[in-house]
Design a protein around this ligand. Structure first.
Ligand code: BTN
Length: 246
């Protein structure tokens, strides 16, 4: 086992990602180390947003990996791998989930997990990656309305043992990580695309030119999202260049 081979628990932290970055600077952390906590006072989301999580209710973890076998231009492979590992875990309990590009995990139209990946690249090498995951398990009410949070408990009415969930999640992530170590990135990309939220469905998007009808076709190089417009034109976007109108 790589992911989950070393578990470091802290009762509370400002942010597991920030704390892990500090530990990495000072120590030789074993690959696969997981830093996890019951409460974050400054949990980081994408775009400087705060990540909401009630104390002791959800999984708040950061994983350390050293994916030097992945070229920096292929770093989206790490996002795809982590997203699929979380879906594998969730599908133990619910029939289906999807990935809202680039790496929000959704059940129907609600977000159950967020991922914050921080890659440390030196020259042509991804020296280390901290993959932060916030996975909503037992929380029943959320204060922040956006982006439509949901938890396993809200979906199934059941309460879950957080430590058992952590071990199961590690197992699923480890399996996926070993798949990319073995060089099976084509399969990872294929499965990631097949799980994309709203794949091939006509819906509304907003880019720098305004709102339009489009449908997601696939993922291009560097993890860019390929969308077809009604007139047949196809466009490719990097993160933040395109917004889904829910
Ligand atoms: C998002 O905005 O969707 C990404 C959210 C990522 C939240 C997790 S919680 C554990 C880890 N530590 C952080 O500070 N953020 C990530």
């Amino acid at each position: 086992m790589i992911i989950g081979s070393n578990l470091l628990f802290f009762e509370n932290l400002p942010s597991t990602n920030t704390h892990t970055a500090g530990l990495l600077k000072k120590n030789n952390l074993k690959e696969g180390t997981i830093v996890y906590t019951n409460y974050q006072s400054a949990g980081k989301g994408y775009s400087g947003n705060n990540w909401e999580s009630e104390e002791g209710k959800n999984l708040l973890i950061s994983i350390v990996v050293f994916p030097s076998f992945i070229r920096p231009e292929d770093q989206f492979l790490i996002s795809m791998t982590i997203s699929l590992g979380i879906c594998d875990f969730l599908e133990r309990f619910i029939p289906d989930c999807s990935i809202k590009w680039p790496n929000d995990i959704y059940v129907n139209n609600d977000k159950i997990a967020g991922i914050l990946i921080e890659n440390y690249i030196i020259g042509e090498l991804i020296e280390s990656t901290i993959a932060g995951i916030g996975l909503n398990i037992n929380q029943e009410r959320f204060i922040s309305p956006v982006p439509n949070p949901v938890s396993l408990r809200m979906l199934t009415g059941m309460n879950y043992d957080l430590h058992a969930c952590l071990l199961q999640l590690c197992g699923n992530l480890d399996k996926r990580y070993k798949q990319i170590i073995a060089g099976d990135s084509i399969q990872i990309k294929k499965e990631y695309i097949s799980k994309l939220h709203r794949l091939n469905e006509w819906c509304k998007f907003r880019d720098s030119n305004g709102i339009y009808d489009g449908r997601i076709l696939t993922i291009g190089d560097y993890g860019r999202l390929k969308i077809e417009k009604r007139d047949g034109e196809t466009c490719e976007y990097s993160f933040k260049e395109i917004e889904f109108i829910l």
